[in-house]
Ligand binder design. Structure first.
Ligand code: AMP
Ligand code: MN
Ligand code: MN
Ligand code: MN
Length: 275
């Protein structure tokens, strides 16, 4: 049984359609898959239909962009009612903020001499509402402006860099409450990826738990192996369920694969115990 609770389709910055994503998950031996597009549940119905064909359980889910102490923190919502009115309304606000930001990022890039940034990102995203920094990074890589995706973030798109545009995402606490209102389980995504000091990370996890957050992503596809036991201990310390997922985005990021991440450490309470 392989449970992968973090993946993206072209309804955010993933490269595959939900159907192709589910087909690939099936090939890779995944038996339960959560589709967690950024600030969107639009791909869930298609994923569920494909799940029925391939015999995979699809968890309706999303990855909310939120703010904590001025920092961009991602909260995964597992098992949400995708039609819940408050969720639908909250996501509409996020989409507007996202599409506004895309234009502002492009303006900054143009000033840096990167012409045609908006059109290029829009072409890759498919819709103004889903333009992600990943799409800008993809374009920079494909056109030889940077060698690796990471460079696009380090040079232009990352927090405090030349094309950074702060975005008024919902607060982390608000995101947690919204997921719970929609019947889901909130999970703090990829804690290690925030590159915080241990002290700061513990502060974040504590704030997340104090706000009613339920789970911590203990194992992901992008994480150094030695950080997994540590995250398991942190989850237990703050009474959080342990989640796991690849954070798959598509074949263009071949270092991440569906169903590929290390198992949860012994002693953790898996998030699926709560279902
Ligand atoms: P956005 O939601 O538009 O702010 O874009 C965030 C997305 O960009 C994340 O979900 C990742 O997929 C990607 N991303 C963020 N930071 C990096 C990085 N340093 N290297 C590669 N991809 C990144
Ligand atoms: Mn992403
Ligand atoms: Mn994320
Ligand atoms: Mn993700």
């Amino acid at each position: 049984m392989t449970v992968d609770l973090h993946s993206h389709s072209l309804f955010s910055d993933g490269q595959l359609s939900p159907s192709d994503l589910v087909a690939r998950a099936s090939e890779k031996g995944v038996t339960t898959l959560a589709l967690t597009d950024h600030d969107s549940v639009s791909g869930v119905p298609e994923a569920q239909a494909a799940g029925a064909v391939h015999g995979i359980t699809i968890i309706p889910a999303l990855e909310l962009s939120t703010l904590w102490n001025g920092m961009n923190v991602h909260v995964v919502g597992l098992g949400v009612d995708i039609h819940h009115p408050a969720l639908v309304a909250g996501l509409a606000v996020q989409a507007t903020a996202r599409s506004r930001r895309a234009k502002l990022i492009a303006e900054k890039l143009e000033r840096n001499g990167l012409k045609g940034a908006y059109e290029a990102a829009l072409e890759r995203a498919g819709s103004p509402d889903t333009v992600s920094r990943t799409h800008f990074a993809q374009w920079m890589m494909e056109s030889g402006r940077v060698q690796r995706m990471q460079q696009a973030f380090d040079k232009y798109l990352g927090q405090g860099k030349s094309a950074d545009v702060p975005i008024p995402w919902m607060g982390m606490e608000e995101g947690i409450a919204l997921i719970h209102a929609a019947g889901g389980i909130s999970v703090l995504a990829h804690p290690v990826q925030y590159r915080m000091t241990r002290t700061k990370l513990r502060k974040l996890v504590k704030a997340f738990a104090d706000a009613g957050g339920r789970g911590l992503e203990v194992s992901t596809g992008t994480q150094a192996p030695d950080t997994i036991p540590w995250m398991g201990l942190v989850a237990n310390e703050f009474g959080l369920l342990a989640s796991q997922g690849s954070d798959y985005h598509g074949p263009h990021m071949p270092w991440i694969e569906l169903g590929r991440f290390l198992p949860l450490p012994a002693g953790c309470r898996p998030v699926w115990d709560a279902w």
